[in-house]
Structure formats: C-alpha cells, structure tokens
Design a protein around this ligand. Sequence first.
Ligand SMILES: [Zn+2]
Ligand SMILES: [Zn+2]
Length: 1040
Amino acid sequence: MRNRLERVNAASEAGLSRTRARIRDAIPAVDELSSAVSRINLAPWEDPFALALGDAASIAEEGEPAPTLAGIEAEPSTTVTPLEPADDDSFVEIEEARDDKMRRIAKTLQAGDVVEQAHNIVRIVGVDACPGLLIFGRKNMYLIDSLVYTAEGEVIDAKDAPKDILSIPSGTLVELDPADQLSLRWSYNEIVECNKRAFLFRDVALELYFSDKRNFLVVCKDQRERHMVVNKLQSKDEQRDAISRSVIGNFVLDTVARATDKAEQQLAIITKKWQSREISNFAYLQLLNQHANRTPNGTCKTRAKLTSDVTQYPVFPWVLSDYTSTHLDFDKEGTFRNLTLPMGALTPARKEAAEERYSATEGVGEKPFHYGTHYSSSMIVCGFMIRMSPFTEIFLALQGGNFDLADRLFSSIPRAWDSASSDNRGDVRELVPEFYYTPAFLLNINHHDFGKKQGTGEVVDNVALPPWALGDPLLFIHRHREALESDAVSRHLAAWIDLTFGYKQRDPASFNCFHPLSYRGAVDLERMSDESEKAASTAIIHNFGQTPVQIFKTSHPSRFVSPKSELPIGQRFGVAEQWELLMRSINPIAESTTPIYDVYALGGTDEQKPAPLQSSKLPVPGHHFLSVQYGFADDSIRVYYQEASLARVVYVVEGIDVKFAVFANPTLLITVSTLSTITAWRLTIKGFGAKKGDVAMHREATLRGTTGKVTYVTASKGWSMVVAACDDGSATVWDMNRLRYIRTIQLPRHESIKFASVHESDGMIALATAHHIYLYSLNGYPIASTWVEDNALPRFSFGLTSDEPAPPLPEYTGGITFLKREFLRFGALFVIGIGSELALYRCVPGARIFEGEDVKPWTLVEQGRLSRSDEQLGGDCTMVKFVGETLYAAFEPAEGSNKHLLYQWTLPEGHARHVPDHQVHTCMAERCGRHFGLLEPRRHCGGCGGAFCGTHAVYVETMEKRYCESCRSQLSYASATGLLGNRRDSAAHSSRRNSATGTASRPGSRRNSLLPGSRRPSVSGQAPQPRPSGLASMGIVHGM
Ligand SMILES: [Zn+2]
Ligand SMILES: [Zn+2]
C-alpha cells in the first residue's frame, strides 16, 4: 500500500531515534518555514523537532487502530481515534518520511483533532483546476491541494490517481507548482459563508468565505457529494460565532457575505438599500455580480491571489467617456458613457455592424447574435490585470507562455476606451471592479518586459492615464470611483443592470445578444456523453466568456437621486459633511485610572455605547467573558474568564514581557515585548472558555523585519495586515493571512513614529510623528504629508525677544482615526489629537492649495479643530476613535487628578450619551439648579446629553430633539452659516454648503470652540470655477 499510514507498536530505541532524525531532516530550516507557514501551519519559532514528533505522534495512539480515511468513510467519527498528543514512547513510524503524503495531512491536522469526513474536490485557481482533499475534522476544516483519496482510503498523489477519481469536469486539471499548493486549516468559526455556485454551468460548486478574507471555489463530483459537504458544514454551524460574520472587515465583502443567505428576498432588500443610497453603486454592483455567479475576488484586496474563477470574474461598466480632458467635468455633456446601450453599440457605425451580424447569423438556424466576442472573458480580465500576479501568470498560460504583441497589450486607458467603445469592432469589453478601487493593476511594479510597440517603439510599462488623473494612479481611481458614484451614473445605472443582469440580457432591440453558448443553460455538460464535444464546449465557455446569470426578470428600479447630498435618504448629518456640528458630551462618558487606549463596542452589537479599553486588558473578540491581560510583575500573559465579579485565570503564558497587544482578528493576537519582539499568537477556545483547558494560546509566528524600537502597532482586520511603527521612522507591514512580511515604509525623516492607522475603506496607512503626518497607499507609495500647525497666538508677538526661548511647538498626542465611509468624494478624513484639541484633516484630491502652485494630486489639509474643553483644563488627548459617525477621544488626567477621561462627540441626530440619572439631580444649566422631580422631569439635550429643566432644554426649529443653550448656540451658528438645512425633507436640497464655514471663527460656545486652522490655505480646484458645494463642504476657504 502506497503512502499508507502505519503504526508502530513497539519501537526500539534505535528505531525511535532513527525516526526522529528522519523527521528532523524533513523539517525545513526556520527561515524556509516562516515563508511557508500558511502552507503547513507550523509555528516557525517552535522547536521543529519537538513539534514534528508531537504532530506525527498525534496521529495514532498506543493500542488503537490508526485512523485511515477508509475507516472514516465506513464509520464516521465514532470509531475514529482522538488525535491526542502522545507521550514519548508512542509514536508513529512514517514510511518514506520525506514525501509521505499522509504525514503532510498529519502535519496539517491540529493536534487532538479527529477526521470525520473527507471529500475529493477540485479547487479552481484562475483558469486551472487543481484536485485536492477537503477534510472535516471535529474541530477544523482542512483543504489540501494535490492529494486525493481512493475508495480504499489511501491518500495518494493526485497525479497517480486513477481516472475515475478525477472525473470532476472542470477544465484542465493541473498539478500546481509546489509553491502554490495549499494546505490550510480553519476552525469552523472562521468559516463566514458557504454559497452554492455553478461552475461551467453545472450546479456542483461551492464558494467558501473565511474570516481571514480568503475565499475558495471548490467543485464537487456531483450534487450528492456537494450536499454532503453542505450538510456537514451546517452541522458545524453552532461552532460558528456570529461575531465572525461581523469582523470580516472590508465593507463590501461584509455586505456581500451578509446579503447572500436567502437570495431572492435578500436581493430585494439590497436593491432597496441601494435605492435609498445606504450602499454605494460600487457595493451594489459587487453584490449583483455575486448574485449572478460572478465571484467577488475583486474584494480580496490585500494580496492579488486569485482563488476562484477568472471566467466568472465580476463585470463592471465603463461609466465615463471623457479620457482626454485635463479636467473632468461631471456637468459637461459627453462626460459620461451612455449606459443604456452595450459597448458594442455606442456609435452609429457599431450599431450598424451589430445589426449586420445579427441578420447574418439569423439565417444559420442558431440563435442570432450581435457580437463575435463577449464583454467579459478570461482573456479580458487577465488582459486588464496583466501587471498583477496571478493574472500575469494566467495570461501567460492562456497565451501559451508569451506576452502578446506589445501593441495589443493593455497599456493606456484612453486607448482602451477608444478601442472598446468605437475603434475596434471585435472589442466590446466592459471593465473589472479594480478600475474603481485599486491602482495596483495600473503599475508595472514587477517590472515585466512587455516589449516595445511596433509603430512608435514605445516601451509598454505602466498604464497611461487620462490627463485628468495628473499622472497619479490613485487619483485616477478616485476620480473614476467618484464618477461611478455620481448622480449621472446613479440615474442611469439601472439601464446597464437591465442589459447585464436583467431582462434585456438577450434583447435584440438593445443590440445586446451575445453568442448563444455564453448564456447559462445553452449546453448541458452533464448530459454530454461525447468527451471531445464536452471538451470543446468547455473550451468555448472558458475562452469566449460567460454572460452573468440573469437575476432580474423585470425592469430594474432607479436610484433615488438627491443632487446635494451623498448621505443615505433620511440621514441628514454626516461628519464629512458637517463636522462643525459635532457636539461634545457634557461630562466624560467614562473615567479610568489607567490610560484609555481604545473603545470597544460591548458585545459587538451596541455601537452606541462603546466602553473604554485599558491598555493592559484586551477583551477577546466574540467571547464576552474572556480577556487577555498583561503587564504583570511575573512577565506573563494571562487569559481571564470573568463572569460578574468572579474572575479566574484560564490560561497563562510565562516569560513574555508584553508592552502592547492587539487582536489582528478574532483568533490572532499580536504582542510586542519590551525588547520589540512582535509575536502572533493563535487562540483556540472551546465553548465559553470558562475553565482551564478550554482556552489555549499558541505562538504562531514571530513577525520579523522591524529596524528600530517598536513604538506603536495597529492591525487592520479588513485588510488583514499589521503595521508596526518604530522610533527610527520606519513602519513594517505584514500580511496576517500568511503571517508574512510585506514591506517597510521609511519616512523621509528619521523621526520616531508615534501613531499609525490603517484606513479600513482603502487600506491607506497614516503615520504620525510628533510634528508630521504622512499618508501612504496600501502599496507603500507616499501620497501626502503635512506638519503640525501652531494654533496658539502668533509665535513671535511683540515683546518676545529673540533671547527668550520660543514656546515649544505643539505635538500630535492622540492617535489617528479615519472616518469610515465606503467612499468620500472629497477625500479621506481623519482626526488626530493635538494637545487638548482634536484636529481634523482631509486628504484633498486634485487641488491647488496656494495661489500660483500647481494642482497637486493629493494635499493634506487641516479642516479645523474641536477642542476638548474651554473651562476644564485637562491633560492631552491620548486616543481618538470614530465609531460610525460618533467620535470618541480620551484625555490624560487633569492636574491634581488621576482620572483619564473619555468624551464623545455626536452629530445633532446621532446618539447623544445621556448623563445617568444617579449622577445629576439638578438642572445642569449655569445658575439654575432646579431639582428634578414629578413637576420638573429631566430633559436630556440631544447634543451633549446633559440633564436640564424645561426652561433650559428646548426644541429647536427643524430639529427633532431638545437642546441646551450651549448646544443650541452651536446649532444656530451652523444654521446661520447655512450648514443646517431648513427642514428635514428638504435638507438634501438646501444649500447648506453655500459658504465656507470651516475655517471661519465663531462665537465661543461653552465647550466646543471651533478653532480656525492657522494656515488658511486658498484652495482652488482644477476647474476654472470650482464648484462651491464641494470645496465649502471641505471647510476650505477659497478665493481668499
Ligand atoms: Zn447640550
Ligand atoms: Zn434649568
């Protein structure tokens, strides 16, 4: 029996050491391991010897039959031996230690896990199909490439498998390069979603989503087999925490995952959400693609590792037709593409040609069609993304190993538009989602040699951009996305949806008929008995392109468009739109004797009431009663279980002097030691983790690559990355899926970095030193930077002689937080603490800041400041955090106090935190002091949450809540400057952006004085006449 697992009952000493030696040889060196960690799930720090022996030994136990897959098939789980770690004298002899495949499975299996079920599947990787094993353990699910198991329960190499085992029709079966072969494990609560999918029009595939943002498309042998897999997954459902669904991070994928449960019903709901502008055009198109069987790999942004199927890549429309102007004017006629017609019929000449072909094919007896090519195919997808792995490789595979002629490669966006919209009859391409969210595919970062164009000799390198992108790929993506989200597109997108996903998918009148084979149901591969015919049809579907599954039977409804507001219908205020209206809670909402370094939404649901987090105590995500604590005298990390007042230690790791810790995802803890060692720990938790043995923490990797002393660490769940900032001005980025180093960003100055933050919407990285802020793109390119502004009185006023030392320049003191919006037309907005104030910055696209300067792609501009307090002198801001449109900030204790204070700022219709009844018994208005009672009920102010008497909290025109005097004055100031609409329903139409308010000074209110930015830039956009709506809402004065 080949590669069959054998158990050795009585091993001699000699045999034992021989086996150990063999295993040791088979273990790669530590460096190799750390790069291969995702493949074999070994912790590189572990003593390789001990680990390997432990894992190998865990396969069998003394006196028990070794589990084989055959046994498992026959008698699932009940007779299977638990894979407990064995002691020293029971171990398993491994035959052919170096290449024994069972050993690889054994290594992948977590110690103590039990195999319950196994399935041969085919994993789709780009255009390739790779055979593999899907194993259900008691605790985890495993996916292992290039192995199959036979009816006898042997695990063998796929390439040695008899034909009948690999009878899964799936295109070309390949053996992946060893480097691309995966061997992965997930606990069941990391499985976020499992959707049934069709592959090559056969309804036998499954798409699996994981909380680490990966997804895989696997094809089963038949529907019966898939049914078994789905049933098994459902039986594991109770092991899946609800939390794992909410932490998937990335907004779009999150929406996608949540929206796909009950397809029909959910589709109606998301359409409504789109109509009322709760989700963006981008997110909606992504969801429609998903519903139409187009897999959303587009949302796997961190690494361009394509895990699914390029023949079913999401399709997005071209929305612009102006790729030549130096300024993109949304109000100009001809800026937008006609979305009511397919690409092949945008010009009269094209319409004519399409009609000709239609009548020519009509006579042949087949279903007639307009175009000889499709708008989305493997070739088109890989052609657009040829600069990005793995599309480069897939393109090469499709092309037989060579890049195409340089002239035919995608090298210029204006030229691609010309070709697809008019010049080239055979080109009716639509776009891929990447055009709207990542510039990575426009840059030849891997320095591929694409050759020279024949006519001009021009070298094909980065993709040429339209003039309005100012040569900046990120600005191109921003403007392109802005166009996609514009009102013009919102008005007509429904027409394109009808063509692509709806009732006009085969509409002759709209010139929208494609080759019959591109439609679902045209051929039935299941029933095809002739292998060569089957192969030919498979090839056509693969190469020609597939029309998305039709998901709407009737005309698609339109979106509600409101020309003045980008907020959802019914939401009147937003921080990006009217940050000046942020009103501070009258009292601190929390106090703590230890520094507050984050806020944490209790139970993961009640977003309105986040609790403060102390620096040495981290709640375990999804486990209400568990926390990880450190900073003890004995240098330990402890996991506590706390129910009511009862707390007990359920797990301890000793000898680690942890300075700082953060969860990168619900099961992965990142710690930084005082010696700047960064460690990733995997937490495994049984049930509630209430007792010892239920919780375990294993060191999964040491994150290497930092060059200085680590000063700050931040993790982005959405982008699966961890950023560690150092005192030498460098920041190191790791990929949390693979626990692998990605890059180091070096600031232009060697200043110590104090804070770092990742923008969850687009992966932008912000780094702040004491006096500078730098923004970098996800790929490590510098975007913009700025420096601290002195907002105090003029620094060199009269009387200050040069002998006197200048007052110290203010410093950034309190973290960075981005406002989390899917897309902000006027650029990302973030807040940073500076002394006792909070400064708002915006990364403004395509603006001229100072008269006479060139228009820059990106400029960091301070919008203004929120002050913590005018009267309660306190310490510096130490933490800022947006939760939705609510802002939280923590401050150091005031002099003579030891209390760190947490405040919140809310918008007028946000969730003001009311002062608790037991704290206040009299009206909080100055010189009032009226006692609350039956006759004088408390009225809470809708802004600051304070408790007031009837006289001191009154209704304000156009507002739904009562406000205290101070908040009212803030509102009326805003009203006077036009920030406030007139009434609720017309708010969106009013001209609340008609004046530049952001940097104007205002009458001081009790607490929230809005301080003007000291550097008052004059900004003019690219347009000769900048549209006031946008610039004013950015709080920028123009024309000064
Ligand atoms: Zn108030
Ligand atoms: Zn009063």
